[in-house]
Design a protein around this ligand. Sequence first.
Ligand SMILES: [Zn+2]
Length: 327
Amino acid sequence: MTAPTHSLLQPHDREFYDRELASFIPDKVYDAHTHIWTSGQVPWNWLPSPVGTDAYLEYMQDLHPGRHTAALFLSWTHDRNMISAANEWTAEQIAGRPQFRGLYFVTPEDDPEHVREEVRRLGLCGLKCYHTMSAVKPTWEAAITDFLPESLMQVAHEEEWVVTLHMVRSRAVADPGNIECLIRCCRKYPGMQLVLAHSARGFQPSHNLEGLPRLAGLENLWFDTSANCEPIAHQAILRILGHERLMYGSDLPVSHMRGRSVSVADTFLWLTEDLPVWEEKHQTIRPVLTGLEHLRSVRQACWSERLSDAQVEDIFWNNAARLLKVE
Ligand SMILES: [Zn+2]
């Protein structure tokens, strides 16, 4: 067997996996938040282009080796001229793979009827929106409807689509405007299945502790763990809303950075490989893949909430399979 060409795994990553994760990750992994891309579609430079389903599956061997893996691919690009190429690439890469799903990348100006036709034509199952496409500046302060207008929520409701939302604003799910919008829109568009990415973007877990109790009882609200390395962020979802709402997500390419997200003050930062913080008095620290740090945070959350093996399997497969109607 030849070694995979799509891998960033180093020996200390493998040691981390053996020590922290090998006994935790179930046999089947559904990755409910991740990305693939074609040439010219994305700005990151630490992974090559293109990455399709085969390359994606090779990269996942760095995180969960030997596990049966399927995924929901979230189409994404920073470049408006590449949006249709991104959506076509996702459609092409899930074709003939019955356990894989894909979301269509939308901008707030898109005509809802055109979106409906395109999602159907491409065989996708919902929408991916992103704050950088909103007209509000800075886009980090955009309201949800600035990049996911209600006209698109209405189509998502009618078509019973999944919509993955990376909320912004400094206090994320603790922001009063975000909370009001989530409650009102989940009730008004019950057919829309809304997934709050990055464990409700709770990179500062205090925001989840503060805001999530307000979201109890919304039957069409879900969460993916992607890229968030704070155990309490996931734990807040497990305890306040229940483990059946939470789904694992690798967030390739973020999974293949080195370092992790860290909560500080009333916000968070990213301790990335390039920062001059890894030389400590006691030792030189070798940062591991962010996807491995992320998995450890999910493990710690499951341990702390005393989840059974069956409940962990729900987070890693069954919840996503139910949402996405995967056999
Ligand atoms: Zn992502």
